[in-house]
Design a protein around this ligand. Sequence first.
Ligand SMILES: *[C@@H]1O[C@H](CO)[C@@H](O)[C@H](O)[C@H]1NC(C)=O
Length: 297
Amino acid sequence: MTGKLGILARFSLCLLLAFDLMSNTKAHSHFQRSSLTTRSDSQCQPFQSNLGPSSVSSDGSKDFVAISPSGSYSTSGSGLELYLKKPKGAITTKDGVNDKIGDGATINSTFTLRYGKVTIAMSGPAVSGVVTAAILIADQNDEIDVELVGGDPTHWQTNVYAPSPEDTQPLWGAFGEIEDYPNGGTLDEYHQYTIDWNAERIVWSVDSTDVRTLRKGGVWSALQGLFVNTRLHRCIDQTQKNGALHFPSHATRIQLGIWDASSPAGTAQWAKGPIDWTTAPSKMTANFKSIVVECPY
Ligand SMILES: *[C@@H]1O[C@H](CO)[C@@H](O)[C@H](O)[C@H]1NC(C)=O
């Protein structure tokens, strides 16, 4: 859309959205009068860690449990390091994929949360095909993601995945978005990434600047497709697709990881891979300096 008509249409739709939000807020304040009901619906304990030496173990006795073998990570006074190691033997690249995938480290929190505000200070390697991730993930496969795609160091990515019984096919990538660093910088420097999640919406921010609000949705789905990648899209970003809602709603663990996205082809293409091991270091590191969980809901 161009010209005055476009501007008018955008303006009216954003206005409509504002009304929609106002009525939601009204409904919400109604809700808060019976606040016990809303509170028991969420599950969140305030938490803070500098990911030091006693924060991770392999037996589940600490705040974090290593899923990958010992040697795949280390903790120290300056935080947690997760490693991605070059596969052993010769690596062949063909049709945009590598025939061997390097082992990357993954850890889970041993506690879970349902709604809350999670802030993670982290950095990842700026190497094509390498992905550093901080995600909230549920046993039911709901996910809320922050991903540092090494081949695109001046951006970071947000995504959700929440399967619905009504889905006829997987919706990988349907809700992914590429974000800026509004205050500048790259993914291989430390930034504070925040996922602020309640029953109605998810807000992602970096270094305390909001970059994306994804609403649970419903009303705006038909319009959303028309305005992908426009400024209006930000007004109506929501999780209804083909009549089903895809808004994460189950208790999640915090999962931190670094992985080799050199296969299959679609994944490698998304990650700007595959990794070129002739130039990439044979051991790469993602750094995690702190995790804070706040519970405003
Ligand atoms: C890690 O988290 C996922 C998602 O909640 C869960 O399915 C998996 O069992 C967890 N693994 C460990 C070792 O905690």
